[in-house]
Design a protein around this ligand. Structure first.
Ligand code: UT7
Length: 342
């Protein structure tokens, strides 16, 4: 097991200065899914908490979602001036090159460093670590961090265990250099991984392992595959432990937490984690019913929507946690800053 806990060096921290999100307009209902899969609205609602989800239309790529969310975060920050772009995604436009440079160019940011972070559903938290590092090291003063996934593009449309859960969306934050004691300052971040369980969540084919073998792979191996039951168990354990550690490292207790924003993996996972952490239902943020599991985009999409509809307000103590393929997990706690979300 590898768990890394770091606090930004005293004096210079990454501070959230803007937030925005985007979901594509097309909506798929549970009823729509029952027309082509052996499933039911009742099964999907009771096992996952999902009723509807947004999906990309033909020809739409992750960068299209990322650009929309990025524009909104820059507008929220009140300035398009950033000196690095980090994109967390599991569904890059191409397997080579990274998608972040294309996003940066389309946002008028040609020339700034831009790179992708691959941490599946924990991508936003790993992206926060990358962006905070750039700021703490003095490499950048303002970073645009986008988490975007066109997850349905890697889902097997005939696999009812994943097709009912995963969906598409994007969320973004602008981070600026500031002080660790300011509202919106990131840190401490708790991050971990366990690659010995990498096969719980994977796309088996299409990478160097399969391509170097010279053997073709069955079509289903080019799609996302998940061992749901085992993943569920690890998700609950890891998000609970990471959350407790993040809160403790921050010097808070769980009773201090005003809002809990966990990766929207499955409503039952969220309930199980919240029960273990004893987070009352009115402090839990959730949007899974209407957006499904949007992979790495999940947390910033949730934060942006909750800030827009007033469930999340300045001054609240917020706990974030995520878990997903890798395996990779993480958590952090922060004071929500004064922001105009888009
Ligand atoms: O975001 C990254 C991390 N991802 C997660 O954390 C997701 C974790 N896992 C899950 O959310 C859940 O495990 C699932 C929602 C994927 C599955 O729920 P479950 O309660 O664990 O169901 P199960 O896999 O144990 O399957 C129970 C039954 C099976 O039938 P039998 O063997 O009992 O006859 C499945 O074949 O439900 C069946 N089933 C379905 N039935 C109707 C599986 N998917 C469906 C479906 N509709 N869509």
């Amino acid at each position: 097991m590898t768990t890394v806990t770091r606090q930004a060096p005293a004096g210079r921290a990454a501070v959230i200065a803007g937030i925005g999100s985007y979901v594509p307009p097309d909506v798929v209902t549970n009823q729509d899914l029952t027309r082509r899969l052996d499933t039911s609205d009742e099964w999907i609602r009771s096992r996952t908490g999902i009723a509807t989800r947004h999906v990309v239309s033909a020809g739409t790529a992750t960068s299209d979602l990322a650009v929309e969310a990025g524009q909104r975060a820059l507008k929220s920050a009140g300035s398009a001036d950033v000196d690095a772009v980090v994109l967390a995604t599991t569904t890059p436009d191409h397997s080579c090159p990274a998608t972040a440079p294309a996003v940066a160019a389309r946002l008028g940011l040609t020339g700034v460093p831009a790179f992708d972070v691959a941490a599946v559903c924990t991508g936003f938290l790993y992206g926060l670590a990358s962006a905070s590092g750039l700021i703490a090291a003095g490499i950048a003063d303002r970073v645009l961090l986008v988490a975007a996934d066109a997850f349905t593009t890697i889902i097997n449309p005939d696999d009812r265990t994943t097709a009912v859960i995963f969906a598409d969306g994007a969320g973004a934050v602008v981070l600026r250099a500031g002080r660790p004691d300011e509202p919106g300052a990131i840190g401490p971040l708790v991050l971990g991984s366990d690659g010995s369980l990498g096969n719980l969540i994977e796309v088996p084919a299409g990478g160097s392992r399969q391509r170097s073998s010279g053997r073709s792979a069955p079509l289903e191996d080019h799609y996302f595959q998940m061992r749901g039951r085992d993943t569920y168990r690890h998700a609950v354990e890891r998000m609970t432990a990471a959350s407790l550690e993040a809160v403790e490292r921050r010097g808070w207790t769980m009773a201090d937490i005003d809002r809990f924003a966990a990766h929207q993996a499955n409503a039952r996972i969220l309930t199980a984690v919240s029960d273990r952490l004893e987070v009352p239902v009115e402090r839990q943020l959730s949007n899974i019913e209407h957006v499904g599991n949007t992979g790495g985009a999940s947390i910033p999409l949730l934060l942006s929507q909750a800030a827009q509809d007033g469930r999340l307000t300045a001054g609240q103590k917020v706990l974030l946690t995520a878990f997903g393929g890798g395996l990779a997990w993480g958590a952090t706690a922060l004071h929500w800053p004064v922001l105009t979300p888009f």
